[in-house]
Design a protein around this ligand. Structure first.
Ligand SMILES: NC(=O)c1ccc[n+]([C@@H]2O[C@H](COP(=O)([O-])OP(=O)(O)OC[C@H]3O[C@@H](n4cnc5c(N)ncnc54)[C@H](O)[C@@H]3O)[C@@H](O)[C@H]2O)c1
Ligand SMILES: [Zn+2]
Ligand SMILES: [Zn+2]
Length: 364
């Protein structure tokens, strides 16, 4: 099968013919229908997030189950599924507490880009290829842990709801699960790509007002307005803190960071009103250290990260699909381009320039 392989940081992905092995115990084989391209794929390709190599990237996948490994329950051949970033092992202490978004297996599969048993199902001759997040959706087929395969309704278009696999759940979940937004709370979203626009939509559903979109790219600010923002700020040509004060008086109740730079993380903290909460969703190099201005702690400002939208995948992914089908979550509007696997490097270049919200790779 065809797959896009990263062999070296900073180099283009290569489209290669590779082999996929049958699913082992508690794994499923999926025919990939579509995969979104997330900034985290870009960050791995550029060395900001680390992964062993060679690795097949892609983790915002959706498709149709073709085969089940031994022991799989609750899924059948032909089911339409969206891939979850969390394998929801169901055994670790976090899963037992209902916090599948931080399942202990999740950090393992993302750090080592492997399945739960530490190996992968992708080969090229004798060479083992790693599979990002135990998914590897930049490929015509995927073998993933059964816990990562979330069944969704058959009438939902997989070429659109694939975005729920990562960006939408991460963003909308950060707004509706991680944060406790009340109607009339002021919210700012810094970075309006696929994740930021999903945060914005979750905040709109929760009744945030004002709802302020911060992005240097005009196309993104316009898109944010059409998805429910009440105001926009261009951080390269306007004074962010001053404009936030003009719009809100004292600052926002919630500031979400959805880019992953140290600068924008400190911006998120700076634009809060006293008692406000900064929620960091964007992922910088994970070795970075953030310095907190101590005086602001005594304005009781809070600071927290959000991983995978604090979601419970089996509950939340089908719920976000329903919200899309009812027209509450607007996903088609976030898809700038549908492309072929061969065009993935061009899509990365566009992402690097901040162009477009989401590109989706289509597989026939
Ligand atoms: N926490 C999690 O669980 C999780 C999950 C998925 C993705 N992420 C992270 O979320 C982040 C966003 O991902 P994405 O796919 O939406 O990225 P993206 O590239 O689609 O969007 C980033 C946006 O930031 C804008 N931007 C650039 N410079 C800016 C600045 N100085 N101020 C404000 N905006 C600026 C760009 O124009 C673009 O619109 C990434 O860091 C990604 O790794 C985190
Ligand atoms: Zn992602
Ligand atoms: Zn677990």
């Amino acid at each position: 099968m065809k797959a896009a392989v990263l062999r070296k940081v900073g180099e283009p992905l290569t489209i290669e013919d590779i082999e996929i092995m049958p699913p082992k115990e508690n794994e499923v084989l999926i025919k990939t229908v579509a995969s979104g391209i997330c900034h985290s794929d870009y960050s791995v390709a550029h060395g900001v997030l680390r992964s062993p190599m060679p690795v097949v990237l892609g983790h915002e996948g959706a498709g149709i189950i073709e085969a089940l490994g031994p022991g799989v329950t609750g899924l059948k051949v032909g089911d339409h599924v969206v891939c979850s970033l969390s394998p929801s092992c169901g055994k670790c202490v976090m899963c037992l507490e209902g916090r599948e978004y931080i399942c202990q297996e999740m950090s393992k599969v993302s750090s080592y880009a492997c399945m739960l048993d530490g190996t992968t199902r992708l080969r090229k001759g004798a060479e083992e290829l790693r599979q990002l997040c135990a998914i590897a959706s930049f490929a015509e087929k995927m073998v993933i842990p059964a816990g990562s395969a979330i069944k969704v309704r058959d009438d939902a278009p997989l070429e659109t709801v694939c975005l729920i696999g990562c960006g939408v759940t991460t963003g909308t979940g950060a707004a509706v699960n991680t944060a406790d937004i009340h109607p009339g709370d002021g919210v700012a979203v810094i970075g309006c790509g696929g994740v930021g626009l999903s945060i914005l939509q979750g905040a709109r559903i929760k009744g945030a007002n004002p709802l302020i979109a911060v992005d240097p790219v005009k196309e993104k600010r316009d898109l944010a307005m059409s998805l429910g923002a009440t105001h926009t700020i261009d951080p390269f040509n306007e004074n962010l803190e001053q404009r936030i004060k003009e719009i809100t008086g004292k600052g926002v109740h919630f500031a979400f960071e959805a880019l992953g730079t140290m600068r924008t993380i400190s911006d998120a903290y700076a634009i809060l009103r006293p008692t406000g909460e900064a929620i960091i969703v964007g992922m910088p190099n994970l070795k970075e250290v953030f310095e907190l201005p101590v005086a602001q702690l005594f304005a009781e400002k809070e600071f927290r990260g959000s991983v995978y939208g604090s979601s419970r995948p089996k509950r939340d992914l089908p719920m976000f699909v329903d919200w899309y089908m009812k027209g509450e979550l607007k996903l088609d509007e976030m898809i700038t381009k549908r492309i072929r696997l061969e065009d993935v490097n061009q899509a990365f270049e566009e992402m690097g320039r901040g162009e477009g919200a989401r590109s989706v790779i289509m597989f026939d």
